[in-house]
Design a protein around this ligand. Sequence first.
Ligand SMILES: Nc1nc2c(ncn2[C@@H]2O[C@H](COP(=O)(O)OP(=O)(O)OP(=O)(O)O)[C@@H](O)[C@H]2O)c(=O)[nH]1
Ligand SMILES: [Mg+2]
Length: 186
Amino acid sequence: MVILRCRVLIVGDATVGKTSMVQTFINGPSGFPKNYAMTPGCEIFQKQVKLENSDKVVEFQIIDTGGQSIFKDIALDMFPRSNAVIFVYDVTSQESFRSLQYWIRAARDTLKESYFTGIIVANKTDLNDRIRVEMQEGASFANQNRFEFIEVSALKTQDVEVPFNRLAAIFARNYEDRVQEVLRFS
Ligand SMILES: Nc1nc2c(ncn2[C@@H]2O[C@H](COP(=O)(O)OP(=O)(O)OP(=O)(O)O)[C@@H](O)[C@H]2O)c(=O)[nH]1
Ligand SMILES: [Mg+2]
């Protein structure tokens, strides 16, 4: 069995549901926090994802950052130490969607682009009657930035594992490509 370690940073404005998404991914529906508790700085979690039809396991080190503005510098410090970034916005908040431009620019400024995989996650899709950012808008923004786009609801534990499964697949494929490259030149 091959274990690939991937450090993934979760960023986005305060209250978009970063912690809720991470907790439901790790612990299932019971992980959904009952009350809002801002993440003070950052918290690190670990979870393994086994790839289908493969001997590979991706071990995620998940860095859940606090989106409140006083913690932004802490999140920025984490970028160079990450292999992948999940950018989260809240579908009921235009402002959280616009903020992704800031987070993406920060990522591009500090990460070596070739080693950085990004995914855009639209959270709180259960709040259908309060949607302010249409799915199409999110999807085309992700497309312009060459990131994948995934809609989730942490509250309903709906599709919270999808971003991590996608990252695991991309990460394993990049690893295979690098192995092939090394073999070609050896
Ligand atoms: N309706 C709904 N509410 C959600 C969802 N995800 C999170 N929330 C609520 O949104 C609020 C903020 O959730 P958090 O997960 O703490 O947000 P965060 O992005 O980690 O916030 P910071 O740590 O301050 O950056 C809480 O009251 C959650 O209950 C969701 O999918 N649907
Ligand atoms: Mg949080």
